[in-house]
Design a protein around this ligand. Structure first.
Ligand SMILES: Cc1cc2nc3c(=O)[nH]c(=O)nc-3n(C[C@H](O)[C@H](O)[C@H](O)COP(=O)(O)OP(=O)(O)OC[C@H]3O[C@@H](n4cnc5c(N)ncnc54)[C@H](O)[C@@H]3O)c2cc1C
Length: 462
């Protein structure tokens, strides 16, 4: 339990939809404060959640009090201390040093399914009821409760937290809008494979033998490829973002020959890696694009969205999961503060409203960050690179990595509630200093596709 647990939220009963990073972290944060928590997850096996995830310090700070979850994740991780950015022909333009620790908290690059399993085990050890193979088909609320339907059974609690991902079922009820994603025209080949498959090929054997983890990004017009290795787990990933026209599908089997055709004439090292990828490990992950979701809380204030359901991130943001952890820490802290204030029970609509206000502007910006990085890599301004190769770097700003979501929620609890109830001014401080929030849409950003843009486009470069 938390050291600062002056008042527990023991009377609170919460239902969580989804056992992804958003759902599990929300469940854990509430259960650690004493709430009764039920999780409903449609998948039957979470360990198959594939490849890699990078949790930066803002996420590991949230995970730090969760039993041995962080220690075990770090043990399975390979600390990445360098990122190499090359053009498609293999010419190196930037060696970007990466922090392995930021303000005392590790940046962890690790297998996703492994961390999800650690979190699931910890959740169960806290007494959280986790129901796998339980697909929520409907969410509902009354003035005093909220619930979900699974098959023909209703489950009711004080509130519902929907961490049901990018294609959220709950989102339509919360926003009152139908999901209208835009065709991206892109897909990502993704794979997680044993490094030993590279042995015996002199072009890539060095990757398998390396004692240090490797991270390389090849950039080209409208495409990029990423190689990462995990020395501890002796595994590698190879992603290729490529043009494709199709429906959203996250499980379609990829074809190695098609992947090779997409990188014809690229760096021989990349081609050799792809040739050795075990065919049955390759997924062609089809993406659609979504605008920032402006409403995260239902009409009666009893249902809220977290994680990708609230703020779908492009992979190039590199912080989608971390933002889900920050959501969870924010909700937990606000529940506790609200409980302290009332001395009785947290005021759920007030907590959820404050949560949305504290988080929306920051995550709108982190979502945008994914677009900006993607633009830099796909529509590269080579004149800017010639002046300073750091133009290509993966952003690692202090306002992002150094954020303490629990503390921020604690410190801003009163001010944000005054703001929402009495209209007093409130300025977000979890964004870059001096940043003024601007709404954006996918359409606005797409207007810049295919062209080099001036620096006013970029809101997030550190
Ligand atoms: C290729 C790629 C690379 C990425 N790399 C990074 C990275 O390095 N760092 C980072 O921070 N982020 C990264 N991200 C983003 C990150 O993966 C997501 O932001 C994060 O996983 C979102 O977590 P979530 O729990 O909100 O959603 P999800 O992980 O999608 O989980 C949602 C869960 O809800 C369940 N579910 C859905 N509908 C229902 C229903 N009706 N009933 C019950 N259960 C349901 C699903 O089965 C799933 O388990 C990457 C994303 C991609 C695609």
């Amino acid at each position: 339990m938390r050291d600062d647990q002056s008042l527990s939220i023991k009377g609170l009963h919460a239902i969580i939809i989804g056992a992804g990073f958003g759902g599990l972290s929300s469940a854990i944060e509430l259960a650690r404060l004493g709430a009764t928590v039920q999780v409903f997850e449609s998948s039957t096996d979470l360990s198959k959640q594939g490849d890699v995830i990078r949790f930066e310090a803002n996420a590991s700070r949230v995970m730090q009090p969760w039993g041995n979850v962080l220690d075990e994740a770090v043990r399975a991780a390979s600390p990445l201390d360098n990122l190499t950015i090359l053009d498609k022909g293999g010419r190196v333009f930037l060696e970007q040093p990466l922090e392995t620790v930021f303000e005392g908290y590790p940046n962890v690059y690790v297998n996703r399914g492994h961390v999800q399993r650690l979190m699931l085990d910890y959740a169960v050890s806290l007494g959280i009821e986790v129901n796998l193979g339980a697909r929520v088909t409907r969410v509902f609320e009354t003035d005093v409760s909220a619930g979900v339907q699974i098959d023909d059974k209703l489950h009711e609690a004080d509130c519902v937290i929907a961490g049901d991902g990018v294609r959220s079922t709950a989102r339509a009820l919360v926003t009152g809008l139908t999901d209208r994603p835009k065709k991206s025209g892109y897909a990502i080949y993704r794979t997680w494979f044993p490094l030993e498959v590279l042995r015996g090929d002199s072009v890539v054997e060095g990757i398998a033998k390396s004692k240090r983890p490797i991270c390389k990004i090849w950039i080209a017009p409208e495409a990029h490829a990423i190689l990462t290795t995990n020395v501890n787990m002796q595994a590698g990933t190879c992603f290729l973002t490529h043009k494709a026209d199709m429906h959203e599908d996250w499980n379609q089997r990829g074809n190695i020959q098609d992947m090779l055709a997409d990188v014809e004439g690229w760096d021989p090292e990349l081609l050799h890696i792809i040739q050795h990828i075990p065919p049955d490990s390759l997924i062609d992950f089809k993406m659609l694009w979504r605008d920032p979701v402006k409403k995260w809380v239902s009409e009666k204030g009893r249902i809220c969205l977290v994680g990708d359901a609230a703020h779908p991130h492009l992979p190039t943001a590199g912080t989608g999961a971390a933002q889900a952890f920050e959501d969870a820490a924010t909700i937990g802290t606000l529940m506790q503060k609200s409980m302290e204030k009332s001395g009785n029970a947290p005021d759920i609509p007030v907590v959820f409203g404050a949560y949305e206000r504290l988080r929306y502007e920051r995550t709108s910006l982190t979502q945008r960050m994914g677009w900006e990085t993607r633009h830099i890599w796909h529509q590269t301004d080579w004149d800017a690179v010639a002046k300073d190769p750091n133009y290509l770097k993966m952003p690692q700003p202090a306002w992002l990595l150094g954020h303490d979501a629990r503390n921020y929620a604690k410190e801003n609890f009163e001010a944000v509630i005054h703001h929402l109830q009495e209209g007093t001014p409130f300025t977000s401080k979890n964004v870059p200093e001096g940043h003024v929030h601007e709404e954006w849409t996918v359409e606005m950003l797409l207007a810049n596709e295919g062209q080099v843009v001036d620096e006013n486009f970029y809101k997030v470069r550190d």
